[in-house]
Design a protein. Sequence first.
Length: 407
Amino acid sequence: MKEIKTSNENPKYGEYDAFTDFDTVTDRSGTNSLKWDDSRPDELPLWVADMDFRTCPAITEAIMERAAHGIYGYSIIPAEWNEAYRKWWSDRHGYTPSAESLVFCTGVVPALSSIVRKLTTPAEKVLIMTPVYNIFFNCILNQGRFVKEFPLECRNGSYFIDFEKLEEYLSDPQCTMMFLCNPHNPVGRIWTAEELERIGSLCHRYGVIVVSDEIHCDLTRPGTEYVPFASINEECAQNSITCWSPGKSFNMAGLNSAAVMIPNPSLRYRAERGLNTDECAEPNAFAIQATVAAYTGGNDWFEKLRTYLFANADHARSRILSEIPEVGVTLMNATYLMWLDVSAITSDSRFLTDFLRSAYGLRVSDGCQFGTGGEKFIRLNVACPRIILDRALDRFVEGCLNFKQRH
């Protein structure tokens, strides 16, 4: 990255500066960054799902104000935290959860693991629709439960659910829970209200609890909107647990802050007991302030971000389709993660991703880790300044062409 002008200075908050100029490159090396410090100096890491943009000024100001106090003891969950979530979801997504339905957790992944451990028994099955976020597998298998993979259907660059097959899978008496990814990572699919209603109806019929991971819900293409699973109807609300977090939307995953939203009081009591038993229900000294600042003062920044992200996605799609038409680009209306079909180049994306990293210094995710249906795909993160994205696309195009010639 030496040839790219970087910024390490702290700009004045509130101005149009490195906080809102998403073309500015900030050197993340030396910050214990999983994305950058776990890579070679010559590598471009476009794999893990975090962004290379500074977060919004409101969050930074809140953290600096809290840090200036100098005492970082145990924290409580104030009412303003609940209200920040309620207002954000009401204003942006047309759904207002009750304050009591919101439970703090240190992250979506800890919540998923705890919920599986508390609400299912060993050797039961948890259904996931693949290809899907790879950590879902860990959250299930590490608790001594079985993964029940339900493959989505890919048609013309988009993904669909075969509901007759889904019913067959859910009717298994050993299947007691379903992880729903809404919107769906990595395929970028926003599930419709009708699809969610059918999922909810089937899960209610067969006694399957729905756990909806909605961490990417804000990151939808401008002009599109996701539907909260619990907003569909009372049947869905009472048979579900939803996980929310500002981590992806505001690039603050390292602050370990999330909410588990559970309308059903009985289900909430059991899940909350699990979260407390597993010691993942207490915030660090900055988690509350950062979350409140994000949801009460970050809207304008976020709208600029969302516009930039999907401009990046469209730019990458255009370059890939024109420069290497052998690669298929899945229709993407959510997340900042592109899902690329490389079946014309390889039958196993691991070989291609290994080659891209070793020969071209480009780190992307192989689709195999996302389960059945991902074997011939790769995932590429476009949440970075355009200059970095273009350099990565240069490497991707040249690498794919070279790989194809060799194989």
